[in-house]
Each structure stands twice: as C-alpha cells, then as structure tokens.
Design a protein around this ligand. Structure first.
Ligand SMILES: [Zn+2]
Length: 381
C-alpha cells in the first residue's frame, strides 16, 4: 500500500520515502514506495512529472491501493529515496483544474446545467455543459467565477459519510457511498474529485473564458486561469502593442483602424480590378476572322475577359479572347446565339488546354502558343 500524500496536502513538492518494490517493465522499472506526493492521473488531470533520486519519473499510475512510478533506471529495495515533483507544472494544473470546478459550479447554480465533458492539457482547458449559453451568459459566468478568486474563497477536501453526502448540495451525481472525496470551493461549488486543488481560490488567479461555441445541444467552453491566463494576457498584449505600433494607433482605436484598413483594401482591390479590366480592354488587339472576332490582350482574368466579350457580342457571331499569362493563355469564347463548345474542344486538343462551359460561353487555359497558330484554328473552321 502507498500512502497518498497528495490527497490531503497538495503542497508537498519534495518528500522522502522507502522503496517497497521494483519490477522490470520492458526497458523501464516500476517502483512502489511506502508514500508518494506524485499524483497519478485522475479527474481529468494528468500525471505529475518530476524525479526520484534524480531519475526522471516517466509515468505514475494508481493500481489498487498502490501508486506505481515508472522510471528509466532502477532504485534499491529498502532504501530511502528523495522524490521531487515538477511543482510549477503541478501548480499550473491545480489552478486550472480548480478554475474549471468553479466555472462549472457557477454555471450549475445560474443555469442548472451539468458538466458533461472535461479535457485539460498544459495550455488550455476545455469543458462541455449540457445547455446553451449566450455571450452575455458567458460574461456573467466569468464575472461570478472571478468573485471566488477576489473573495479568496476557502477550498477544502472532505470525506463525508453516505448520510452526510445525501444532505449536501453537490454537483456530482454519483452513488451515495461513504468516504467519497469532495472538493468544496466555499460558496461556489462542491464536486467529487480525486485531484489536488489549492487551499484558497486567490491562488488560482484570473479565470478567463477564451472561447465558447454551441456543441451537441450544449456549450463547449475553453478557459485558462492563473499562470496560463497571465501568459495568454502577455501574448495578446504584445500582439496588440505590435499592431498599435504598425497602425500608430491607440489601443482603443485598433479595432476600428483594422476595420478601416480592411475596407480600404477591399476598395483598392476593386479599383485595381476595374483598372485591370480597362487596361485589358485598351490593349486588346482584335481581328475578324470569318464569323469570329479574335482578340489578344495581357494578364486579364476570366471576369475581365467576360466583361470585354459581353460588350462586343454584336460585332461577330463568336468572340474569342486570349489573355497572355506567365505560362500560356487564359481564353474565353462567347456567342450570342451559337454554340462555343466546338471551339473550346479544338483549342484544348491542339494546345494542351483545359476548360469548358455552357454553349454561350466557354473558358479555359492553354499552353504557350504562337498567336498565328491560334488564329489558324479560326481560319480553318
Ligand atoms: Zn476535478
């Protein structure tokens, strides 16, 4: 049996213990100690990292009433060893896991929704509740959850009897049995959980909901707290400062300025497009060949070609336009009453092209060719 030091004291960063057993497991060794502060994964929180006698702990798992540590090197049975957990990582997880309890408790109190999914990694916490929430609701929930932090609400661990448990206002719906481990954030939440939590909510620091969306009839919420909230704030602050510098703008004005830039860009693009069309039309060289007005220009897109062709449909039965590009031509053949598909077939076959369309308008791309060779297609129709 292993005494689980983390269950009643979340703050043990270093401890001594006696090695009870060692078993080889593949290339590694499974070590059982008489006591440990290493939290095996549970309640959605990952396994603690750290070292024992300077040897990295690769994994920690609970097996019955023992906790098994996986190490890359063996220890000696009966010896006293020194364990040291990766405290900054554990504290980050404690802050964020507990913040998730508080948010879930607040949502349960305000809306009656249950937490139906929870996932945490070391940069983001995601959880799902079984009801819809609006942006306004999310703001209220976040504000209420942070009250627990500002009021430095006490956080306690208890093991009530089944009878006591039945009387308690607990968010977790589990069987009424003696000695379940309850985590209570005074005034905000009571929930069954096996993970280590801080002793007061003030240690959690800021609780920030960074995203939410409708998910399976409920709501998926992404949040960060404490250390993660600080690094998120720093990242966003630095990003905002960089944008402010680029725009020579005050922070209150950056959203408006960026919107204006977007509008200006859209207007400039549309102007460039119109100018390109004009340029393509102005540089167009045309020649009437049989029933087809054949034209050559440069760098015009299909829209531009279509607009030019539409304006000249009365001049011939077919309008065939070619716009030179880096690797060949964009082409478009339009007709008011005929069927342009025969022309496109001949063009594609002769000049390794691709394209198609409706009888009144076909378009495509062909490989580089001499203008005269293209003209021949129409001469020989
Ligand atoms: Zn929990």
């Amino acid at each position: 049996m292993t005494l689980k030091l983390y269950e009643n004291n979340s703050y043990i960063k270093e401890f001594t213990a006696t090695v009870l057993s060692i078993e080889a497991s593949g290339e590694n060794f499974e070590v059982i100690l008489d006591q440990t502060a290493f939290f095996p994964e549970g309640g959605g929180q990952a396994t603690d990292k750290g070292e024992i006698n300077g040897i990295a702990v690769l994994d920690v798992q609970e097996k019955g009433d023992t906790v098994v540590h996986t190490l890359a090197q063996p220890l000696e049975i009966g010896k006293t060893v020194n364990g040291k957990i990766d405290w900054p990582l554990r504290f980050l997880r404690m802050q964020n896991h507990c913040a998730e309890h508080i948010l879930s408790g607040v949502i349960h109190k305000m809306f009656g929704y249950n937490n139906v999914g929870f996932h945490m990694n070391d940069s983001l916490i995601t959880f799902d509740v079984d009801g819809p929430l609006t942006a306004e609701d999310i703001e209220k929930v976040e504000c209420e959850a942070n009250k627990a932090v500002f009021q430095n609400a006490k956080i306690s661990v208890s093991y009530p009897t089944a009878e006591e448990f039945a009387q308690m206002d607990c968010r977790s719906k589990i069987e009424l049995v003696d000695g379940v481990r309850l985590i209570t954030v005074e005034g905000f939440d009571t929930c069954v959980c096996c993970a280590p939590h801080p002793a007061t909510a003030g240690e959690i620091g800021l609780i920030k909901i960074v995203n939410f969306c409708a998910f399976k009839g409920g709501t998926r919420i992404e949040m960060v707290a404490g250390v993660l909230a600080l690094s998120d704030y720093s990242y966003l602050h630095n990003t905002a400062k960089a944008i402010m510098k680029q725009l020579s703008s005050k922070r209150e004005e950056i959203a408006v300025q960026v919107q204006k830039l977007g509008d200006d860009l859209a207007a400039a693009r549309s102007e460039i497009k119109a100018l390109n069309e004009k340029l393509a039309a102005a540089s167009l060289k045309t020649e009437l060949i049989g029933n087809t007005l054949v034209g050559f220009t440069k760098d015009a897109d299909f829209n531009a070609l279509r607009n030019i062709a539409n304006g000249r449909l009365s001049e011939a039965e077919y309008i065939a336009l070619f716009a030179e590009t880096n690797d060949g031509y964009n082409y478009l053949v339009a007709t008011a009453a005929g069927d342009a598909r025969g022309i496109v077939k001949a063009l594609n076959e002769r000049f390794s092209g691709k394209g198609g369309g409706r009888p009144d308008c076909v378009q495509g791309k062909i490989a580089k060719a001499e203008e005269q060779n293209l003209i021949d297609i129409f001469q020989n129709r």
